[in-house]
Design a protein around this ligand. Structure first.
Ligand SMILES: [Zn+2]
Length: 200
């Protein structure tokens, strides 16, 4: 069920430090994801499945690596370099300091050229808030929020599309796509993503 207001949308922001692009060295994108929000493993798995769906639709292969946060979990710190990205799901929304993020932002991608350190964070409270507003499972919103931020990382830009997954603010139309599991990258974003992966 979709919220009847036209303000259901949300919300991403991305920051780009410098303007150089980040080269991607392999056909397969690797995403290390960290559960720092205490979300259940089942819900997190469902979210990753949803996120992966968007990349599969774009014919892009993503290797998702669950890095956990517990001591018993595998460390992902040894795997770095081009084509390796880090996404953390955190349990608190930003406090307004640091990057200038909209108060409704569900996530943030930070690209740091030259260091090959490319990170994104997902703010679980904002994800949950949006999920409640549009009446869909948190895992679904979380998955597409992760896909959106990974999209920024692979694209190497904070720019947004006019519609679809990479739209800055998800409106009612995107919410419908989210509910039906058909929230995909727009064709232009797919073209850029694939060019960055194939044209290396
Ligand atoms: Zn964004």
């Amino acid at each position: 069920m979709i919220c009847k207001t036209n303000t259901v949308a949300t919300l991403f922001a991305a920051a780009l430090i410098m303007t150089a692009s980040v080269a991607v060295a392999a056909d397969v994108v690797t995403v290390h994801y960290y559960n720092q929000a205490g979300i259940g493993s089942k819900a997190l798995h469902e979210a990753i499945v949803m996120a992966n769906r968007a990349f599969v639709a774009a014919h892009i292969t993503v290797r998702w690596v669950n890095c956990h946060t517990e001591e018993s979990a595998p460390s992902c710190s040894g795997e770095t370099g081009p084509g390796v990205y880090e996404v953390s799901v955190i349990g608190a929304a930003p406090d307004g300091s640091g990057a200038k993020l909209p108060h409704f932002a569900m996530g943030h991608a930070l690209v740091v050229p030259k260091s090959n350190s490319v990170y994104a964070r997902i703010f679980l409270p904002r994800v949950a808030q949006y999920a409640e507003k549009v009446g869909v499972p948190v895992a679904s919103v979380l998955g597409y929020a992760i896909a959106h931020e990974v999209g920024h990382l692979v694209l190497g830009t904070p720019e947004h599309a006019n519609f679809g997954l990479m739209k800055a603010v998800w409106s009612r139309s995107e919410a419908h796509l989210l509910v039906s599991g058909r929230m995909d990258f727009d064709p232009h974003s797919v073209k850029i993503l694939r060019n960055r992966l194939v044209g290396r």
